[in-house]
Write a protein that binds this ligand. Sequence first.
Ligand SMILES: [Zn+2]
Length: 337
Amino acid sequence: MTSSNITIGIDVGGTKILGVVLLIKRTTRGDSNPLSTGSFSLEIIQELREKTPNDGLELIDSLFKVVSELKQALSIESPVPVGVGVPGLVDHEGSLRFSPNLTAIRSLPVAKLLAEKLAQPVFVDNDATCALRAEYLIGSGSNYKDVLLVTLGTGIGGGIVSGGEIVTGAYGFAGEIGHMVVDPFGPICPCGRRGCWERYASGSGLGRLGREAGLAGVAKTVVELAGGDPESIKGEHVTAAALAGDLEALGIVKQFGWWIALGLANLASALDPAVIVMGGGVVDAKGVWLDASKEAFSQMLEGLQYRPEVPIEPAKYGSFSGAVGAALYAFERIEAL
Ligand SMILES: [Zn+2]
């Protein structure tokens, strides 16, 4: 094992930070970059979770702590590549300009500040673009040249591969699909507008649909799981009840699947993907909502009988895609230096 194929990847979510140490192994002989030849395998050899602070300098401190503790756990003393995925508008210099779910963090030069603290280069990209990188290079999107990746967590993130190229947009901001407005009169969003897609189709969107049902006097099992208070219902309570076969919870999941499908059908019209890969924390909930969204999607897609099927696949790396992809991004950038 050489230190050059050990890489740290960190995924900053709306509520938690996930850090991993990745061992990248070449699967064929040769000196070329294994990421570009596609001949490699991955192993996550260490992982660590931290709470996400809603403060810029505290976030940098937490990222520094995650890197230090991951290295310490494996007795790594030499510098290793570090990649970080953060949610929101991330520019080409690795600054987080705007993040709807981290309301107190604005224009934070994450790459610069963390690099100064660690005394080494750090590579920062949008969290969903990182997840896309993992799934496109070695995951559920690896057999396709046109991939749409959608992450469902606290919010919704998006990553796009078109004709074999990762789409970043003019400024690095492409794929902010969670803030497509699907109902201009809908609930207010932390981004400042109303009825964004992620108010309905993210993990917190599922919780909101659950609370609405609970307050309307349905979803008794879900209310019980939330400790008896409909206002305390979260997405995980709805998922748990649905997995146990509760019919009212399954009704909420069906509604949730419809909202997911609505955004996916709009995106399919704009992007014409060969596959849609679903990632993020919600994916680990055993896909109870996946069948519901597939069914609704198949009814919403334009010209359904006249186009090839667009498969919807769960992310191979599940809620780890973002951290794995952040590590691959750092590895890629270091190899290119
Ligand atoms: Zn929004």
